[in-house]
Design a protein around this ligand. Structure first.
Ligand SMILES: Cc1cc2nc3c(=O)[nH]c(=O)nc-3n(C[C@H](O)[C@H](O)[C@H](O)COP(=O)(O)OP(=O)(O)OC[C@H]3O[C@@H](n4cnc5c(N)ncnc54)[C@H](O)[C@@H]3O)c2cc1C
Length: 392
């Protein structure tokens, strides 16, 4: 039960008279796309991110067919072309000296620096109030609102507007943060090189699977080259730095250690595979990586994040109009149908690739029968409705 007098307390305290319908914590693809859709439907939306944009994000930067369909369904089909994203038509899988080259259906590569900033700009154009450099966490329930907690730091003011004290609904879209971490979880690492290193091809996505992890490399807009890796903790410890560990993966695949990789500015992530106990509660929902994440081998994270945002939007709209605690179970079930079931192939693949023998068998098989990968790729790329059904 909510206490309407407490809502008045927030307002009467004069802390902040602006209490939007929705506050979204995290402006990655899930948070920004959700913000945009909700603002277009007439809701007042605050989008808050701790980072100053444009910012770097560890990611392979590949958007598959499902991710592109999610963008197109919001009228953002033009975005990738405008950013100079590059079509990726092939992936080369390498285990040791063994290689298999497979055709990739509908994939584009773009740096997250450019992509995330562009999505935020689209959300702002739709009327979203965006607060960068604003670290925040979800607070307690207060009347018909969920409070926001900015800690002890003074609240920043963006263009004369202070971030809200609370909102009718809070959405956690803050990426990898909470949740139970899976045993043997790997951590992520990434960098953006100013040009494609000499021995690497400009035209295809390269995936090197080695002892200790895997690394993917692809050219993105402006001639830059994105490298993103998932590494075993022990492997990283043995090498001491992200750059040395990644160079080792290249050497295992027969390349020379590359000075560009050694000199690059590498970023790491928290441990990757995690699951939240609950992905919704009283006046809050979690979406994107914040709702649970598996390793990135199949490069579907942004598709999951954006499909999740589109699936959640109607539930947030109805929850703003009237809060009904049935929404908690509704989101858990919908998330299971739209996202969690889709994560299983990636989970299985990540386990297979931990075995040297199975990795060699897989890449060896695909080398001679590349068509075997086609059904899996088709399923990964197929656009999806917001109820979880695949569109034909
Ligand atoms: C090595 C690697 C390679 C990958 N490659 C691919 C790929 O090729 N293709 C693909 O589709 N996916 C890939 N992914 C996955 C993809 O990066 C994520 O799934 C995707 O970014 C999830 O989007 P999101 O919006 O949920 O969260 P994020 O993009 O992580 O955004 C979360 C945002 O929340 C902000 N934030 C966090 N805490 C707070 C706080 N307290 N207050 C305010 N703001 C906060 C952060 O600053 C961040 O901007 C890869 C991931 C890794 C680790």
């Amino acid at each position: 039960m909510t206490d309407p007098h407490k809502t008045d307390d927030i307002i009467n305290e004069g802390l902040n008279p602006w209490l939007p319908d929705v506050a979204i914590i995290g402006a990655g693809p899930s948070g920004s796309l959700l913000a945009l859709v909700l603002a277009r439907s007439g809701l007042s939306v605050a989008l808050l991110d701790q980072a100053q944009f444009p910012r770097r994000k560890v990611c392979g930067g590949c958007l598959n067919g499902r991710a592109m369909a999610a963008l197109a369904s919001c009228g953002l089909g033009h975005l990738l072309e405008r950013l100079g994203a590059r079509p990726v038509t092939q992936v080369q899988l390498c285990v040791g000296r063994q290689r298999a080259t497979l055709p990739l259906p509908a994939t584009q590569s773009v740096s997250r620096t450019a992509f995330d900033a562009a999505l935020i700009a689209e959300a702002q154009a739709a009327g979203v109030a965006f607060f960068s450099g604003t670290r925040v966490s979800m607070g307690a329930i207060c009347g018909g609102y969920r409070q926001l907690d900015y800690g002890a730091r003074p609240e920043p003011s963006i263009a004369g507007r202070t971030p809200p004290q609370g909102a009718k609904i809070v959405v956690l879209a803050h990426g990898l943060r909470d949740g139970a971490i899976a045993k043997n979880s790997r951590l992520g690492a990434g960098t953006l090189l100013n040009q494609v290193p000499q021995p690497l091809s400009e035209d295809r996505l390269l995936m090197l699977i080695g002892r200790g992890g895997y690394v993917g490399g692809v050219r993105v807009e402006g001639g830059q080259y994105d490298l993103a890796a998932a590494l075993d903790v022990a492997f990283l410890k043995a090498h001491g730095t992200l750059a040395l560990a990644v160079n080792d993966l290249f050497q295992q695949a027969g390349y020379e250690a590359m000075p560009e990789i050694a000199a690059a500015d590498w970023r790491g992530t928290p441990l990757l595979t995690r699951r939240r106990q609950a992905i919704a509660g009283q006046r809050w929902f979690a979406v994107g990586d914040a709702a649970g994440y598996v390793e990135p081998f199949t490069g579907e994270g942004m598709a999951w994040a954006m499909s999740g945002a589109l699936a959640l939007a109607p539930l947030v709209q109805s929850s703003v109009a009237t809060w009904d605690s049935g929404a908690i179970a509704a989101w858990s079930q919908l998330h299971q149908r739209v996202i969690a079931v889709r994560q299983w192939p990636c989970r299985i693949m990540s386990q297979v690739l931990r075995s040297r023998l199975l990795s060699l068998g897989l890449v060896g098989g695909l080398q001679f029968f590349p068509g075997l990968a086609r059904p899996v790729m088709q399923v990964m790329n197929r656009p999806q409705t917001t109820t979880g059904r695949a569109m034909i």
